[in-house]
Structures are given as C-alpha cells and as structure tokens.
Write a protein that binds this ligand. Structure first.
Ligand code: TYD
Length: 138
C-alpha cells in the first residue's frame, strides 16, 4: 500500500525549531492546496471516511496528536502522528479515517490537486469496487 511516514529535516536550535517544506525536495508532488483541521471533538467524531481517485496528500500533525487509519481491501495500517517534524504520505486509492484527535490537535494537509468533490469515493463499497475493477496493485 502506498503510504509511509517520513521525517522532515527540522532546523533545531536553542531559539526553537523550524521545518521548511518545498517540493520536490521535501515531498513528492507539487503542492496545489493546503488545508488544516482543528477543534475535533474526538469523543464524538472520526473524520475522513473517504479515498481519492487521483489525489496525493501529506498529513502533518503540527500540534497535539491523532491517529490515521489507512486501508485498502488488501491491508490496513494505523499511524500515530504526534510530532510536527513527521509527515504521512498517502497515495491515491487509499481509504483513510482520522481519529483520537487530542483537544489541541491541528492537522495540516498538503495536497497535490485543488479541491474536487468528483475525486472522492465517499462510500467504502464504491472504493472497493473501483479498487478491484482497476486490477489494483497499489
Ligand atoms: P472532507 O474532505 O469531507 O473532510 P474530512 O475528510 O476531514 O472529514 O471535507 C469537509 C468539508 O469541507 C466538505 O464539505 C468539503 C469541504 N472542503 C473544501 O471545501 N475544500 C477542501 O479543500 C476540503 C479538504 C474540504
């Protein structure tokens, strides 16, 4: 499955830390969109519950902590994000759910394309059918 955690090269010193992200050196696509998620009441809600046809993303938990389930019909992995110098790359055709947000969590997302609702699979069964019909080896 095409997802992995990686480290950004943080410039750390006594005056604090700085992470600079530029493509293609730091992430494997040109960034066309940035968004962030915060204020999630994790006791009540999970987020995500979708896959993308073509979109690639890097998720960075810049504050607090959360978990990300990534899933295909073939396998499933849970990542824990709790450090602003770690990125989680999620490729296309991967189902994701985000949960266990800490109260202060801020999830920054870098995306390879602009927002397009047509790129989403919002029903797992649709994603599963598409995954198999593409003869998917992702
Ligand atoms: P959604 O992708 O469903 O969020 P999550 O997967 O984190 O639960 O998006 C929530 C809402 O925000 C939905 O109405 C679409 C809208 N949205 C935009 O308008 N632009 C964006 O870039 C994103 C990611 C979402």
């Amino acid at each position: 499955m095409h997802s992995h955690l990686f480290n950004f090269d943080a410039k750390k010193s006594e005056i604090g830390s700085l992470v600079a992200i530029q493509s293609p050196e730091s992430i494997p696509f040109d960034i066309q969109r940035v968004y962030y998620i915060y204020g999630v009441d994790s006791k009540k809600y999970r987020r995500g519950f979708h896959a993308h046809r073509d979109l690639e993303q890097v998720l960075i938990c810049v504050k607090g902590s959360l978990k990300v389930l990534v899933k295909t019909p073939k396998e499933e992995i849970i990542y824990s994000l709790s450090s602003p110098d770690k990125g989680l790359f999620i490729g296309k055709m991967i189902w994701r759910e985000m949960f266990e947000f800490s109260k202060d969590a801020v999830l920054l997302v870098l995306a390879s394309k602009k927002y397009d609702e047509g790129d989403y699979y919002r029903e797992y069964s649709d994603f599963e059918n598409a995954f198999f019909s593409k003869g998917n080896n992702l």
